[in-house]
Design a protein around this ligand. Structure first.
Ligand code: DC
Length: 238
């Protein structure tokens, strides 16, 4: 697709948990002055509400009904002022709680229901309409925004993803062992890749970046270079 210097790209970044998607996506959005859309946060927020209200994670119809009575909002521009993106569930800031262990262990089950995905995909497309967006998730390039001009599939070796997720959790004050993290990641990988609806897979036109042994900034620069080939703008400081 042809783009010019003023074109606002739609950038889709997909990949497995722990590949560095959210940090890379946020930094790319910051550098480009684009909005950042964390699609996984929607599934996490609904999972949190389901836990609180006792709705079964396997009950797709119940979750869809819950979704219809739920208001999920994001700050899609906070990163532009150097802030952390925030997620609000029915007006309450749940940015930290959606990363908790109970949510992490159920979110893949919640996200596998077509009735739930349908609702969130509609919302994701609405937020991304107009371009100038970096969206990260599992099915952004394959299903949510198939016309995205830039599609990246970010991955890393399993051992590295476990190490990164483990240090993230320790830094957030959670006391978990590397074995527990490894079990959770492999269960999530399996559920996200094997589900029948919008499974995690690389879009045929996505560029794969293996972040094993690379710093976040190196990966950000690589993505920016790919974007600059689309817009013709030169990337500085890389
Ligand atoms: O990216 P994350 O770890 O916050 O995502 C949480 C879960 O949500 C993940 O296990 C799979 C699901 N998810 C999804 O099914 N589709 C997306 N576009 C984003 C996340």
């Amino acid at each position: 697709m042809e783009t010019d210097n003023c074109t606002k790209l739609t950038i889709a970044i997909d990949g497995p948990a722990g590949a560095g998607k959210s940090t890379v996506a946020r930094k790319v959005a910051q550098r480009m002055g684009y909005i950042y859309l964390d699609t996984g946060a929607m599934y996490r927020a609904l999972t949190l509400k389901a836990i609180r209200l006792g709705v079964d994670a396997y009950d797709g119809v119940g979750l869809a009904a819950l979704c219809d009575q739920t208001d999920i909002r994001f700050t899609t521009r906070a990163h532009l002022q150097g802030g952390q993106p925030k997620v609000y569930l029915d007006g309450e800031d749940v940015s930290t709680e959606i990363r908790s262990a109970p949510v992490g262990s159920l979110v893949s089950i919640v996200a596998a229901h077509p009735e739930v995905r349908e609702r969130f995909v509609r919302l994701q497309r609405r937020i991304a309409a107009g371009g100038g967006v970096v969206a990260d998730g599992r099915d952004v390039g394959t299903y949510v925004l198939p016309a995205a001009e830039v599609k990246i599939f970010l991955t890393a070796s399993f051992a590295e993803r476990v190490r990164r997720r483990h240090s993230e959790l320790l830094a957030a004050g959670r006391s978990v062992s590397e074995e527990e993290v490894s079990e959770e990641l492999s269960a999530r990988d399996r559920m996200d890749s094997e589900r029948p609806v919008a499974p995690l897979k690389q879009a045929p036109d996505a560029i794969m970046i293996d972040t094993t042994g690379r710093t976040i900034d190196e990966t950000v620069c690589q993505v920016l270079a790919i974007c600059s080939r689309r817009t013709g703008n030169v990337v500085s400081d890389c």
